[in-house]
Design a protein around this ligand. Sequence first.
Ligand code: ADP
Length: 389
Amino acid sequence: MRVLVLNCGSSSVKFAVIDTDTQKAISSGLVENIGANSYIKAKGPKNGFEKDLDAATHADAIFAVQQYLKEQDLIESIEAVGHRVVHGGKFVKSEPITSEVIDYIKSITLFAPLHEPAHAIGMEEAKKYFPTLPQVAVFDTAFHQTMPVKAFLYAIPYEIYLNQSVRRYGFHGTSHRFVSGEAIRLLGQKPEDTYLITAHLGNGCSAAAISQGKCVDTTMGFTPLEGLVMGTRSGSIDPAILFFLNKTLGYDIDRLDQLLNKESGLLGLSGLSNDMRTVTQAAAEGHERAKIALEVFCYRLAREIGGLAMALPRLDALVFTGGIGENSAVVRERVLNNLTILGFQLDAKKNAQNGKESSGLISKDGTPKAIIIPTNEELLIAMDTEAFV
Ligand code: ADP
């Protein structure tokens, strides 16, 4: 089946046409910078394509995507549409899109203010261009809904959970679900007898403890700000720092939001970049703050992995994925070197060789397994969509 996968972000629309039989993308691309200097960049069966656009809204961007698919003679072959949704609130699994689902997504806008309105527009616009096709929403939070109460509750007054739905939701669920499924296959174990930790390390970073195929804990929380050090996000900090900066520097809510989401993480620590490639290279050349950024990133990740291990009866494998997890041998080495208490021992040769496009073991034989598995969220969205059709 051919599925159009749409990922409407805060100022972008990414798309892919996935053939679920071959599990390959026939076409993929994105509209970037919606609202100012937008452009479309795509590749398809006929050719690659790049053009400036005048896309003021997400609706304009979806129009440009369907125009491109028409030009590539792909539009008629599409049989269903799958949408990536950042926050699924109460949803525990993927859902066929109805007007009730769209209304619910709009109703939880406060949970992900930049993303949920974009998702709702994407669904409504796709319905216009593909009125007869089934559409399915796949939520980043759904996989984490199996977390037990002890893992998802914050120790704040219980009424705030009951009345405001403030709890830990977790994100990157589609990626954690995809790579944990692949890991179970790779290990040749039964899902009901497999215990994993998956580390999705991209611009955003999160790790999850997966017991018998189900998530039992994860590092992101009410929002994708909690947990690990990320490209520009701080991850967990003492919340009292916010009160302190408010009192000493007069930072208001918006300034603090900007500080923790956009100016922190690798960028804030290194003063150089949010990009791990730049930070790693600068660290290797002796840049002091880049060295610090890399060290904090890897140590905090190892510390969180250690914490997540406590949610499992044993650990069969640690999985690295995402742009950093798949490509950065340096990060993987440092993380495993911080995890010797769990028995991990890196095989340096395998660590250097394995990576993008190849799933592979990077730990020494006879020691706990560490594996790289490239993520493929689009494929999982397409497969979930097909399952409903
Ligand atoms: P997103 O979360 O936006 O999907 P990615 O999963 O593509 O992002 O991950 C982006 C991160 O991956 C960036 O920090 C980038 O520096 C890092 N990355 C990509 N390639 C490499 C590499 N060869 N070495 C180290 N880091 C890399």
